[in-house]
Design a binder for this molecule. Structure first.
Ligand SMILES: Nc1ncnc2c1ncn2[C@@H]1O[C@H](COP(=O)(O)OP(=O)(O)OP(=O)(O)O)[C@@H](O)[C@H]1O
Ligand SMILES: [Mg+2]
Length: 555
């Protein structure tokens, strides 16, 4: 099964993501299934997660899994409609064991369908395609309802995975097309026994589709964000490929891959190639493997960064300025503000602001406290060198890399981890590690110790009417925690804590306020009185280190 779809090599190295898989199971396989939106930066492992989920449940006779990558089929509405249906039939008849070619074209598709009823269901589409003037809306309605037809015909539940979902928007460029999302939504409301799992890497576009109150798909999906690997998850993968490595060297792989499984796999494979050349595993070897993967034109990370850089810039407008901004942010030793960037580029602030916003929208930069940082520290490292003409050999010697190695720690900052560590996502990752550890209560503003509960579910909460948002709503065996994260320079006061209490008390029995700059004296007293947990940046750092230590003891 899945022979063609999910390579054996990939199946063997699949690691981590236990929590995300269990969330998918909860949502997609429950008696009352919920549609799911999987989001995450490029190459973070969204598609592989879907493949693994399908593999684990392929034997379930009550379900038909259909996977469609919309990037591959969004050329014209006609082509889209036919291939969309073709993929449904491919998955139903082959379960991913054959090449899909014959299912994606006419007339070969017709010959692949032994069941008359399904062949008949294809008729309205083929008839429409034969017309000189095609009704494109009709075509799309037909193709979106096909999952329902399949469910009815088989008596089974159909789970449709739509990868790179944001590409659907490409179809709206064509004449006579009503809003395609509206069509999708109306069919989705009508069909029975079909559940959708959509996924996409262009986060801003996916958010416009699922989070914008004007979108027909607003609030239709339960969100599963895919985050960088934790150290634990990285370790699981590292040990599969380098079984006898010590904990410290394992940490280096985690560090240089920035928790990105794709980078991790490439750095590991390069290290194994070096080891095959009779080299000995050491800090220096891992550094050389990282540098050559990123800076040698033969390296796969190098190729990927080249691709990412060019497609991102193609997607955006204003190529030249964007490029200069990216170069300046990458090469400057410290992070920069908008006015510093304007000065460096000798431009006025207005266009710099617009271009910085663009770079944030395409997911390359993020802003924190008015300073701009790369979301991906490996890409930053690549830009800093390669855009300035530096390249290295595929298997460089240590002596050839002396100056690059000397600069490595300064140039390669784990920007996303160091700076973004305390954002909601990283706090969520931290909370995933809670498992009954006893901690100093002072880290939570308490007078006595605290036992950290294990959470069965962690999510960002937005009420149906979109009015109440809770940064993290976490479920334990006995209750819920509502967590508010404020990353501002000013200490939080009583008002802010009261606000959390008011919005969270109908939903949760424990409130936790995390504030970078800590709390006013009154707020601290108020929190203690009301039994609200409070933590500052410093508390979070100590908590993070303690959790790390408790995990390392596990190894
Ligand atoms: N759970 C995992 N275990 C092991 N390797 C993984 C895992 N997830 C991802 N990888 C590695 O990272 C690569 C990229 O993953 P994948 O294609 O799933 O990412 P993606 O988020 O779908 O990327 P894109 O945004 O480009 O579609 C995989 O080919 C694999 O080598
Ligand atoms: Mg993908």
């Amino acid at each position: 099964m899945l022979e063609y779809f999910y390579r054996k090599d990939d199946q063997e190295i699949f690691s981590g993501r236990t929590y995300e898989l269990s969330l998918m199971e909860d949502h997609l396989l429950s008696g009352k299934p919920v549609d799911v939106h999987i989001s995450g930066l490029r190459r973070i492992g969204k598609t592989m997660l879907i493949k693994e989920f399908m593999k684990r449940h392929m034997d379930d006779e009550s379900i038909i899994h259909v996977y469609i990558n919309l990037e591959e089929i969004s050329e014209t509405p006609e082509d889209f409609a036919l291939k969309f249906i073709g993929w449904h039939l491919y998955w139903y008849y082959t379960k991913g064991d054959r090449l899909p070619g014959p299912y994606l074209h006419l007339p070969s598709l017709i010959f692949q369908i032994p069941d008359r009823e399904l062949r008949d269901a294809l008729m309205p589409v083929t008839a429409e395609l034969e017309k000189a003037k095609r009704d494109r809306q009709r075509l799309l309605e037909e193709c979106f309802s096909f999952a329902g037809t399949l469910a009815r015909f088989t008596g089974k539940r159909v789970i449709v995975f739509l990868d790179e979902f944001q590409e659907i928007a490409n179809l709206t460029n064509f004449d006579h097309m009503k809003n395609i999302l509206k069509i999708f939504r109306s069919i989705k409301d009508r069909v029975n026994h079909v559940t959708y799992c959509i996924s996409g890497s262009i986060i801003s576009e996916m958010e416009n589709i699922t989070r914008d109150s004007g979108s027909p798909l607003f609030n239709q999906f339960s969100h599963i964000p895919i985050k960088p690997y934790t150290r634990d998850e990285s370790g699981e993968l590292v040990y599969k490929l380098v079984p006898h490595i010590d904990n410290r060297l394992m940490g280096l792989f985690y560090h240089y891959s920035a928790g990105n499984p794709f980078y991790l796999v490439q750095i590991l494979r390069k290290t194994l190639l070096f080891l095959g050349r009779q080299e000995v595993l050491s800090d220096m070897l891992i550094k050389r493997a990282f540098i050559s993967e990123v800076l040698s034109p033969e390296g796969l990370i190098h190729s990927y960064c080249t691709y990412l850089y060019s497609v991102s810039l193609q997607r955006a407008r204003g190529y030249g300025v964007l490029k200069s901004l990216l170069d300046t942010v990458a090469t400057n030793d410290t992070s920069m503000t908008q006015s510093e960037l304007a000065r460096a580029l000798k431009m006025s602030q207005g266009p710099i602001r617009i271009n910085l916003k663009e770079l944030q929208d395409i997911g390359l930069l993020f802003e924190r406290e008015q300073r701009y940082h790369y979301c991906d520290p490996v890409l930053r490292y690549w830009v800093a060198y390669v855009q300035n003409g530096v390249e290295v050999a595929d298997f460089p010697q240590e002596k050839d890399l002396r100056s690059i190695i000397e600069e490595l720690d300064k140039k390669y900052q784990r920007a996303s981890e160091e700076l973004g560590r305390m954002k909601e996502e990283s706090i969520m990752i931290m909370m995933k590690q809670f498992s009954g550890q006893e901690m100093d209560g002072a880290l939570f503003g308490l007078a006595k110790g605290i036992i950290l509960p294990a959470f069965t579910k962690l999510e960002q909460y937005v009420s149906k009417d979109g009015k109440t948002e809770i940064d993290i709503l976490a479920t334990t065996k006995t209750g819920k925690w509502a967590v508010e994260v404020k990353w501002k320079g000013k200490a939080a006061g009583i008002k802010e804590i009261e606000r959390l209490l008011k919005k969270a008390s109908p939903l949760a029995d424990t409130c936790w306020y995390v504030s970078k700059a800590g709390f006013t004296k009154e707020a601290r007293e108020f929190a203690l009185e009301q039994g609200i947990l409070i933590s500052s940046e410093k508390d979070m750092r100590i908590l993070g280190d303690s959790l790390q230590n408790s995990m390392e003891r596990k190894y």
